[in-house]
Ligand binder design. Structure first.
Ligand code: URP
Ligand code: ZN
Length: 457
């Protein structure tokens, strides 16, 4: 099958060009100013940007909590992802206590294999760190899993600071990455107690229990651990200016740190915790203030932030209501897997903070390099996988859970006007999204990842 994309503006992290692009057998075969070779299908991309397929570095699909599972599984979540231009998700295969990493990896393959409409890889989220888990790391790498996540919070998942330090040291020479959910557990619990004792159970108290200083304290600890371990570290879902300052200080001392943020921290305000449906915004870290959004937008521009994931972890309003009016009991997480590119385009490109090349870096190339997928993914280049997004920069529309393909009855971005839209998507050279409609579901494949390229080393 040969597909020719004509007349578009091809955008890579290092530049853009008006050119045609020919795909054959799942690979980008040729890029040239004009291609007149015969093909089975021609896509006219006039007026559109043509991006390398976007990579979502942070999703939680089919995640089981003690009493419920996320509203989206791999079937629904990846349908929404690919319609939004995401051709690869990196999901967190989660090792609950008492499981092996191998158990978790096999469980996640069962959840995803044959049911995914975009490609998928796994990070391994670990809930314990000991000699048995250490002994499994090489086996994970052999199976294409080269990044791991640890939590400083959530009693059933958290590890202590010493374990984080030891994991950083242990994995450094293997060129793996350890991502950490950074919030100081003791400060957080003290503040939750304080708020409860003051009679506060409302959604705004969620934000007050874990303000920027609670996150920044966690980031600071991770930075010190990475410094001592002389190892790279990945700060997952960084949300505020105070945490950016910790990162900048650490980089100034030579720490190799990779920063991820999420669309919700670029466009949504803490005041939303006063809204009637505020539970849908209960996620951790919480939404922040205008000055944090401004700092993050500037950090996209100046290179402090490396990539943007969604942290898609969706729950229905009925699931959210099981918190019974106590912010500390509401399941944490929000839906955003479909809307990342259009939000970043609207909030950061159209406003002039970044250009389309930087958008390609933040949504695709940097993640491909950092998570061991480059140059098969992350770039429009002859020989690379034909995972391609035709993005219409002039397609204003309003985000709604009613039109999103995710399987939940809410969206944190409900009613938001965005200015551009993913029009067509090629996945491994197959046209799977045409004019915004998913025409070929279930074409996603597992992405076996190599070790990190560690571009900041
Ligand atoms: O609130 C969130 N982010 N839930 C998902 C789990 C996590 O913390 O990443
Ligand atoms: Zn998450």
């Amino acid at each position: 099958m040969r597909t020719l994309i004509r007349n578009g503006t091809l955008v890579n992290a290092d530049g853009r060009q008006k050119a045609d692009l020919l795909c054959e057998d799942g690979i980008i075969r040729r890029i040239a100013p004009q291609i007149d070779e015969p093909s089975d299908r021609v896509i006219d991309a006039a007026g559109c940007y043509v991006f390398p397929g976007f990579i979502d570095t942070h999703t939680h699909l089919d995640l089981d909590l003690a009493t419920m599972s996320t509203a989206d599984d791999f079937a629904s979540g990846t349908r929404a992802a690919v319609v939004g231009g995401t051709t690869t998700v990196l999901d967190f295969a989660t090792q609950d206590r008492g499981m092996t990493m191998q158990d978790a990896l096999e469980k996640w393959h069962d959840k995803a294999d044959g049911k995914s409409s975009c490609n998928y890889g796994f990070h391994l989220a670990v809930s314990e760190w000991n000699d048995d888990r250490k002994a499994e790391i090489d086996r994970m790498i052999e199976q294409g899993v080269t990044s791991f996540k640890m939590y400083m919070v959530y009693p059933n998942m958290r590890v202590d600071d010493g374990m984080i330090y030891d994991a950083l040291r242990f994995t450094e020479e293997k060129d793996c990455l350890i991502g950490v959910h950074c919030e100081n557990f003791d400060l957080l619990n003290a503040r939750i107690d304080e708020l409860h004792k003051a009679g506060r159970f409302d959604p705004m108290a969620h934000a007050e229990s874990r303000p920027d200083a609670v996150e920044a304290a966690g980031v600071s600890t991770l930075m010190k651990a990475a410094y001592l371990a002389d190892a790279p570290a990945w700060v997952v879902h960084l949300s505020c200016e105070a945490s950016l300052e910790e990162v900048e200080n650490a980089r100034g001392r030579g720490v190799e740190v990779y920063v991820e943020t999420c669309p919700q921290y670029l466009v949504l305000d803490q005041e939303l915790y006063n809204a009637p449906d505020a539970e849908k915004f209960i996620m951790s870290p919480p939404l922040r203030h205008a000055f944090d959004r401004e700092a993050l937008l500037n950090a996209l521009k100046d290179g402090t932030v490396d990539f943007i994931g969604t942290d898609h972890c969706s729950f229905t309003m009925a699931q959210k209501a099981t918190g019974n009016g106590d912010f500390a009991k509401v399941p944490n997480g929000g839906a955003g897997i479909q809307n990342r590119a259009e939000i970043v385009y609207t909030a950061a490109v159209k406003t002039g903070y970044i250009d389309p090349e930087r958008m390609a870096a933040l949504l695709s190339e940097n993640a491909a390099r950092i998570f061991g997928m480059y140059p098969k993914k992350g770039v429009l280049m002859e020989g690379s996988d034909a995972d391609i997004v035709v993005f219409d920069p002039d397609a204003p529309h309003t985000i709604s859970y009613r039109t999103n393909l995710h399987n939940c009855d809410n969206s944190p971005f409900e009613g938001m006007m965005v200015l551009g839209k993913t029009r067509d998507v090629l996945l491994g050279g197959e046209l799977v999204v045409k004019d915004g409609e998913l025409i070929r579901p279930n074409c996603g494949k597992f992405v076996f990842r190599n070790r990190s390229e560690r571009p900041r080393k």
